[in-house]
Design a protein around this ligand. Structure first.
Ligand SMILES: Nc1ncnc2c1ncn2[C@@H]1O[C@H](COP(=O)(O)OP(=O)(O)OP(=O)(O)O)[C@@H](O)[C@H]1O
Ligand SMILES: [Mg+2]
Length: 317
């Protein structure tokens, strides 16, 4: 349990990357050619951008890949000057590999200002003789056109439900876990196509048991049973306020839910509870108000109790 699974299971080869088949196919064609253009990897977190950049380098350079791969994080470095100097230094040292070029991987390229990107563009041109850039970002729209047009753009997508399931089955095989169907569905739903999130959530769920059921996932993800929230709302509507308060405290203490978690879940659950539309609208409005106040720093328990008191208020019947 000492290893972090996202690292332990980070795919080493392009073929081991799940759910990005079309991208992997194109990257493998570059490996076959033994050359790459500058690349721009764009897409949501935890979908394999960094993993693909490393796997690509491993396949191009073999065991010595580390000597030809240089990683920079655009948001770590203070300003483009630092980046330019580092790149200059790295580009100047002779290329060790037979490929004739080295890779500079720049993470979070979309955090660079337009000015910094303009400077990066010149740097890319200056060193394109013996360096290839792989830029990674969440939003390609934040990358200036002149850089985009110099790169082959790869759009990473959220991993499909099937992809996440296959990936989690792969890990559970490695760790000797069993995952119930309900638990798997919940893992997929919470991780929303983000493989880092899915992996971390599975690891936390497996802290106390090797047989992962829905409850284990729920506890690790800090979400209450939908039934609990619905029960609380219904009881509030009926006006049994002390019962409601007990349930609320149980959720806060036993599940470690934050006020915001609870408000969000109340917001979801309210659409499953039969009531006339006008009333639902008033309550949703009130939920919005409680959420806003909590974000502004108001006391969470007081806000939640006030919100739930509204549910039972005559005005809303
Ligand atoms: N397509 C994938 N197939 C298998 N595992 C994946 C995939 N994508 C992500 N993972 C898992 O999630 C971890 C994080 O992935 P990675 O670092 O590649 O994400 P990223 O797309 O670079 O995200 P970010 O935008 O946050 O930098 C990996 O170590 C791996 O365990
Ligand atoms: Mg990354």
């Amino acid at each position: 349990m000492n290893d972090i699974w996202t690292e332990k299971y980070r795919p080493k080869h392009l073929d081991d990357i799940y759910g990005q088949e079309r991208i992997i196919e194109r990257l493998k064609a570059y490996v076959a050619q033994g050359n790459i253009p500058h690349l721009l990897f764009a897409g949501p977190a935890g979908t394999g951008k960094t993993t693909s950049a490393i796997a690509l380098s491993k396949e191009l350079y073999g065991d010595q890949w580390n000597a030809s791969f240089f990683e920079l994080n655009a948001s770590d470095e203070r300003g483009i000057d630092v980046i330019r100097n580092k790149i200059k230094e790295y580009a100047r040292t002779t290329t060790l590999s037979k490929k004739g070029f080295k890779i500079i991987f720049m993470d979070e390229a979309d955090s660079l200002t337009n000015e910094a990107q303009a400077a990066l563009r010149r740097t890319m041109e200056k060193y394109s003789g013996n360096c290839r850039f792989i830029l990674s970002c969440n939003y390609s729209s934040k990358i200036i056109d002149p850089i985009q047009s110099r790169c082959a753009v790869f759009r990473f997508r959220y991993i499909s439900k099937e992809g996440v399931i296959k990936w989690l089955e792969h890990i559970s095989e490695g760790e000797g876990l069993t995952i119930s169907e309900d638990a798997m569905n919940l893992l997929v739903r919470i991780s929303e196509g983000d493989m880092r999130k899915a992996t971390n959530l599975l690891q936390i769920s497996a802290t106390t048991t090797e047989e992962i059921d829905e409850e284990a996932v729920r506890q690790s993800a800090n979400i209450a049973k939908p039934g609990d929230i619905e029960y609380m709302i219904k009881t509030a509507i009926e006006g049994d306020f002390m019962q409601v308060r007990n349930k609320l405290y149980e959720l806060i203490i036993d599940y470690g839910l934050s006020g915001n978690d609870i408000v969000r879940q109340i917001h979801k659950a309210i659409y499953n509870i039969p009531m006339d539309n006008e009333r639902r609208m008033r309550l949703v409005d009130r939920i919005g108000e409680a959420e806003f106040r909590m974000v502004q720093g108001a006391n969470e328990r007081i806000q939640l109790e006030a919100l739930l008191a509204h549910f039972g208020n005559d005005l809303y019947k």
